[in-house]
Design a protein around this ligand. Structure first.
Ligand SMILES: [Zn+2]
Ligand SMILES: [Zn+2]
Length: 401
């Protein structure tokens, strides 16, 4: 496994080139024409025939000359709608930004494509490379699954990698979760309150939806504090409240929207029920009506023990035992309240999410993901490419008959 790492090091200059090219053309959600053109062109140069199985979703396979199983490696390619404030010579100027490091993931998987192509004859099975759009909007993985990314050939296991920056942990170290859930499910709620508008000086002739909305906002806080076991991790956040246009008019309606984050199936069902009951009950108490919509967005990402064991062995074999840190040592409970749409893949096949430290505050990388000034350490690019490749090689040889 060491040789792949050495070969990946030789690619480092190419990888920096890919990354800077991608960093300057950040695109959003399902609409990645420049990014996918770049990725397809580089894959074609390596001898692949990239297939766009849905809008901005690219798949290639490598291996298959020896019989064996199929492992999928996933990189997301989309950026965020924010203006980059990082002081880089290659910074984005189009109003979008790769603030979540997906340009790194795409680059690393391109590196993996190159490495695996050089070892194609040795692969004991097939590696499928999934270049995915719309992770940030939660649509990409689901759309690619619907377009058949897990079929033809059928995928038996899947692994993803995410960069982490701005934390005082040595650069290049890999972070592994424990088996079980590591990111939360994310669902959305929307509440519309219908009252009766009128003159602000004559509230007795109205049913004020802003008053109702305020009571609902306060009442929602007690779900987490009074109805969920303290040892469970859940979030109910109201991120938007709106209603009214001026000082002396009581509006007809008002609305709020928010996000629910949970790990267990029970909480994922219980909290929406309680939001609905609280909103409807409070509205009724004040003579108004509430319309509540719950939109299921993204399940919790569950890591598989057997794939996890294989990933751990591959990383130790490639980079040594000291190159690993447990997610439990980085964050409370070893879980993230954020969500990751790779969970849709994890719902279908045994999967693992791995992380790599890609920026240390001591080296000037002070900001974390999604910050307009966030920066990343390009020195880790070859490590990501080699990790993906060795994880696949090791899992395939371990699982061949
Ligand atoms: Zn992100
Ligand atoms: Zn991300």
């Amino acid at each position: 496994m060491k040789t792949i790492v050495e070969e990946a090091k030789q690619l480092q200059e190419d990888l920096v080139g890919y990354r800077r090219a991608l960093h300057q053309i950040p695109e959003l959600s399902m609409n990645l024409p420049m990014t996918t053109a770049y990725v397809s062109s580089e894959l074609t140069k390596m001898g692949y025939k990239p297939q766009e199985i849905c809008q901005s979703g690219i798949v290639v396979t490598v291996g298959g000359k020896k019989t064996g199983k199929v492992i999928l490696l996933r990189a997301d390619m989309d950026a965020l709608p924010m203006v980059e404030e990082a002081d880089e010579t290659f910074k984005s100027t189009n109003g979008n930004m790769h603030a979540c490091g997906h340009d790194f993931h795409t680059t690393m998987l391109l590196g993996t494509a190159k490495l695996l192509k050089q070892h194609e004859d040795e692969l004991r099975g097939t590696v499928k490379l999934m270049f995915q759009p719309a992770e940030e909007t939660g649509k990409g993985a689901k759309t690619m699954i619907e377009a058949g990314v897990l079929e033809n050939p059928k995928v038996d296991a899947a692994v993803m990698l995410h960069v982490i920056t701005g934390l005082p942990i040595p650069t290049g170290i890999f972070c592994l979760p424990e088996a079980g859930p590591s990111t939360s499910a994310a669902d959305r709620f929307e509440i519309v309150i219908r009252g009766k508008g009128g003159h602000g000086a004559m509230p007795e002739t109205t049913i004020d939806p802003l008053n109702v909305l305020s009571h609902i906002h306060i009442a929602l806080q007690s779900i987490n504090s009074r109805e969920i076991a303290p040892a469970d991790s859940v979030v109910v956040t109201v991120g938007m409240m709106s209603g009214g246009t001026t000082v002396n008019v009581i509006p007809d309606t008002a609305e709020m929207m928010g996000t629910i984050r949970t790990f267990s199936k029970a909480n994922r069902e219980f909290i929406p029920e309680r939001i609905k009951a609280i909103a409807e009950g409070t509205a009724k108490m004040f003579r108004a009506e509430a319309e509540v919509n719950i939109i299921k967005e993204c399940p919790s990402l569950v890591n598989d023990q057997s794939v996890l064991d294989s990933v751990e062995e591959a990383l130790i074999g490639s980079f040594g035992k000291r190159s690993l840190i447990s997610m439990r040592d980085m964050m409370p409970g070893g879980k993230i309240m954020g969500s990751e749409d790779f969970s849709f893949v994890g719902n279908e096949v045994p999967s693992v999410m791995m992380g790599i430290m890609a920026g240390n505050p001591n080296d000037g990388h002070k900001y974390q993901l999604h910050h307009p000034k966030v920066t990343f350490d390009e020195a880790v690019l070859y490590r990501g490419a080699a990790a993906y490749a060795n994880v696949a090689l090791h899992w395939l040889s371990k699982n061949c008959k």
